[in-house]
Design a protein around this ligand. Structure first.
Ligand SMILES: [Zn+2]
Length: 422
């Protein structure tokens, strides 16, 4: 008999402390299952983990978020000369078997999904409900596979590393009846285990300069549970490290945060919309998020400062963004457009729950938008919290023809004064 979801339940208690941050769906794929099955994004749990390691982290992060939102609205979005942020990306494929060694075509497809999503060029934007039309926009962020490695050599932007590690979530040494031991193991080990993928000496691969590249590590993030009939548990589909406020956080906080490499970690199933691994059970139960490439869109949102749209709490908890409607919980991997779980007042309107938003846990089949408030935050983070990671390209609008000028920007990257030569 499968012990489906046993560790998941404990994880909710151990990691989240407060409530299930992940999604709860009926485990359709296993008739023997007796419990709900929870999988989600680990980014907020990771922030709680940091908070458990050093008291005050979450408060510091929330104060930073408040500051970002306050400053961001006037900074970037409306400019006479439009800037496009172009982020070089390196995918680190860390594999133990051929399935995990996903082909270049899947990674290239993922880049396309990112660019379509962050430039609002995806064809499904037409599915956005009219009530949201005035609050969404083009994030003006693009992604390219890195063309130069940290040593200045040409690269495909993809590294491939064979690893002896089969499960980056780790191997659970405990069985049923050892609930406290499992809880302690999760608290002590889970994020350490996952971040092994970012370390050469622990079976992963070291990042490229995290200030200058978006590092995306891809591997098998499951936990192996030999004492639960060799169950392989999906805990997180992916997670991202949130931005660091180098200016205002004390060294005591930075010392803890800096242990973890900056970037995104993804379960290999979730890369691209053409991933051959993602369409079989159990992943097909997640109704689009893992088969559309939208998970990395979501995780990069976290990397650029965004929180989940429901605020990881009930209606009293906000995501700090002024134009996103509150929700009392994550959407359940679906596209339910009937829900309006919280009363809010956004420009005078009580907007319904926004399943179209990339920062929900809705199906990828209905995610198609960032709000302008979210875009302002991401651009602000690129300017002030991750100032060296994006190259800036300028779009010059002349008469009614819009074209990209061939320009050079010096110094590049920079946060200071730039000289533009066309
Ligand atoms: Zn998330």
């Amino acid at each position: 008999m499968k012990t489906f979801g046993v560790l998941t339940i404990l994880l909710i208690i151990a990691v989240s402390q407060v409530q299930a941050q992940g999604l709860v769906i009926k485990s359709k794929q296993n008739q023997e299952a007796t419990t709900d099955y929870t999988v989600g994004c680990g980014s907020n749990d990771f922030m709680k983990h940091l908070d458990s390691k050093i008291s005050g982290y979450y408060d510091f992060a929330n104060k930073s978020m408040t500051e970002i939102v306050k400053n961001a609205s006037n900074e970037n979005y409306s400019k006479s000369v439009d800037s496009i942020f172009v982020i070089p990306v390196v995918f680190h494929i860390v594999y133990n078997n051929g399935f995990e060694n996903i082909p270049d075509s899947v990674i290239q497809n993922q880049i396309t999904v990112l660019n379509n999503s962050y430039r609002r060029m995806n064809s499904d934007t037409t599915n956005l409900r009219p009530i949201f039309q005035n609050i969404v926009g083009d994030a003006k962020i693009e992604f390219v596979l890195a063309q130069t490695d940290p040593e200045g050599n040409p690269t495909t932007g993809i590294t491939r590393t064979y690893s002896e590690v089969e499960y980056f979530g780790g191997i659970l040494p405990y069985g049923s009846g050892q609930n406290q031991e499992i809880t302690d193991w999760v608290n002590d080990s889970l994020f350490y285990n996952l971040f092994r993928i970012t370390n050469d000496t622990l079976g992963g691969i070291n990042p490229w300069d995290t200030d200058k590249y978006l590092n995306v590590w891809v591997g098998d993030l499951r936990i192996f549970e030999p004492q639960f009939n060799n169950y392989e548990e999906i805990v997180y589909f992916g997670l991202s490290t949130p931005p660091i406020d180098h200016h205002n956080w004390p060294d005591s906080v930075l010392d803890v945060v800096n242990i973890y490499e900056q970037g995104v970690i993804l379960h290999y199933i979730n890369v691209g919309a053409n991933n051959p691994n993602s369409f079989a059970s159990p992943y097909n139960a997640y109704n689009g998020l893992v088969t559309t490439g939208k998970l990395l869109v979501h995780e990069v949102g976290h990397f650029l400062g965004l929180r989940h749209i429901w605020g990881d709490g009930d209606c009293s908890v906000d995501d700090f963004i002024y134009d996103t409607p509150n929700g009392n919980a994550a959407s359940q991997w679906n596209c339910d457009k009937t829900r309006n779980t919280c009363v809010d007042d956004i420009f005078g309107i009580d907007l319904p729950d926004m399943v179209e938003n990339y920062m929900d846990y809705s199906s990828g089949n209905c995610q198609n938008s960032f709000t302008i408030g979210q875009i302002e935050v991401m651009q602000y983070v690129l300017n002030y919290y991750r100032p060296d990671i994006a190259n800036i390209e300028v779009i010059n609008n002349i008469v009614d023809n819009q074209f990209y000028m061939d320009i050079q920007v010096y110094p590049n990257p920079t946060t200071g004064v730039v000289t533009v030569i066309s």
